[in-house]
Design a protein around this ligand. Structure first.
Ligand code: GLN
Length: 484
């Protein structure tokens, strides 16, 4: 059962080939036995999962259940789950049990989706390797000495290891697409405002966006349909109709104009990765698409602009963790100042502290104009690059990351090398555009991702393109060695 896609599981559930209880128990057993080798799942909610599965089986028997009813998934531990620990990968929230569900969690609950547990992640979603988690690193199922990517590395590794057929994830600068690429699965970061951020622990509010991860585009379409939609509890959530993403998956891509930015194939891109991406583009060309070379001239400014804006927003968002309201509190504080400073020094890891320092510095009175103000101007330029490009083309494609999964510790001492992992993904977040990663090849037995960037609210088109690609290629079906 664990090798079936979500679309296939739905068929099996609806034709009563297996029940949701059987399916749920199967994945729970896999998590119990295999997860210790990957550390992808940090909380298992077996009892709740089986209860939800029993209800789902009744709804399925009644005959009018929503498509995803009875399908088990995992939630990234950044989404608040009622009565279930939500740690955001941090010691600061190791004891936090939310009294409410995030809207995304509610939406899945409405549709009868079963939650197997919560996935490991970089602390407060800051990272590209999952090495910053308080719960330890996640192992990439494709290469046990390599990182799975981050920050949604737990979700990506769990899907690659067949511990769940799908999962939720979030992307502030690449955290859905980069781990999807490094773990050989499919992941979609929707348009900013497409999916509610309510109950999703905030990192950088103007960039954060939740989205689905699964093995195929067809499965991502099903998950996104359930997740997306207007939510009055999130003031940046957009009231825009949610299309039936599955309905347009059969459309031909003949005549599609694919923009290929020359800046995405520059120095620093691994040769094998470039080759795999070029071959994938040729496959789409053979299906009738047209490749058009374009330029996004401000691409090189996206990482510097992001590393001002994201830490600035993070420093404001994380000021709430002070040992007073909830979360970690240091022992025996001398006075209020000591409570604040020791709680934060002991509760936050090194990368989170680095971001808070950068953020508060950039926002301080004397430097605001020089750093934060400037970065916001650069953000506009980056957005304009895309706006002009989309006048000529329908989608943009290139690599998701500069190279395949890297070894543990190899970028640990060099934050800038780690930040450059997201060189091709960050601009999309700054512009608020949707982006996707689709498995498109292997280099040294490690997966490579093809990135598809769409115009605002073009998720249906992107999913269709990815689906067409997956109809003629097999990369999304590859299984890591040792995973049975
Ligand atoms: N790797 C980037 C960072 O560390 C992006 C993380 C994310 O998208 N959450 O900030």
């Amino acid at each position: 059962m664990h090798n079936l896609t979500i679309a296939e599981l739905i068929k099996g559930l609806q034709s009563k080939e297996f029940s949701s209880i059987e399916l749920t128990q199967h994945f729970l057993d896999r998590i119990m036995t295999l997860n210790p080798a990957y550390n992808a799942v940090i909380t298992i909610t077996a009892e709740n999962a089986l209860k939800t599965a029993a209800v789902a089986d009744k709804r399925l028997a009644a005959g009018n259940a929503p498509a995803l009813c009875g399908v088990p998934i995992l939630h990234k531990d950044i989404f608040c789950t009622r009565d279930v620990r939500t740690s955001c990968g941090s010691k600061m929230l190791d004891n936090f049990i939310p009294p409410y569900n995030a809207t995304v969690v509610e939406n899945f609950e409405r549709d009868g989706v079963v939650v197997l547990g919560k996935t490991n992640m970089d602390e407060f979603a800051m990272g590209s390797s999952n090495e910053t988690s308080f719960y330890g690193a996640v192992i990439n199922p494709w290469a046990v000495d390599c990182v799975p990517g981050g920050s949604s590395g737990g979700s990506a590794a769990a899907i690659a290891a067949r511990l769940a057929p799908g999962a939720t994830a979030t992307d502030t600068g690449g955290s859905i697409r980069q781990p999807a690429a490094l773990c050989g699965i499919t992941g979609l970061k929707p348009t900013y405002g497409r999916v509610s951020r309510w109950g999703m622990i905030a990192f950088a509010s103007s960039l954060d966006q939740g989205g689905p991860m699964a093995r195929t585009a067809e499965d991502c379409a099903l998950l996104l349909h359930s997740m997306a939609g207007f939510d009055e509890k999130d003031s940046t959530c957009i009231d825009h109709e949610v299309p039936d993403y599955s309905a347009t998956l059969g459309n031909s891509i003949s005549g599609l104009r694919i923009g290929v930015p020359k800046e995405y194939f520059s120095e620093g891109l691994d040769v094998g990765t470039e080759q795999a991406v070029r071959v994938a583009l040729a496959v789409l060309e053979a299906q009738g698409a047209e490749l058009v070379e374009i330029s996004l001239p401000n691409t090189g400014l996206s990482v510097p602009a992001y590393y001002v804006i994201a830490p600035a927003e993070a420093s404001a968002n994380l000021s709430r963790f002070d040992g007073v309201k909830y979360g970690y509190r240091c022992e025996d504080p001398k006075d209020l100042q000591d409570l604040y400073s020791r709680t934060r020094a002991e509760g936050f890891g090194e990368e989170v502290q680095r971001r808070i320092l950068i953020g508060t510095y950039c926002l301080s009175a004397g430097y605001y104009d020089a750093y934060y103000g400037k970065a916001q101007q650069v953000r506009q330029l980056i957005k304009q690059d895309f706006t002009s490009a989309f006048k000529e083309i329908d989608v943009i494609m290139g690599p998701t990351c500069p190279s395949p999964a890297f070894k543990f510790g190899s970028k640990g001492d060099d934050p800038v090398a780690m930040y450059l992992e997201d060189i091709y993904t960050i601009a999309t977040n700054l512009a608020g555009l949707p982006g996707m990663s689709v498995p498109c090849g292997m280099v040294d037995d490690k997966p490579v991702g093809l990135q598809i960037i769409g115009n605002y609210f073009d998720e249906a088109l992107m999913l269709n393109i990815a689906h067409q690609y997956q109809q003629t290629t097999d990369w999304h079906n590859a299984v890591p060695k040792g995973i049975l």
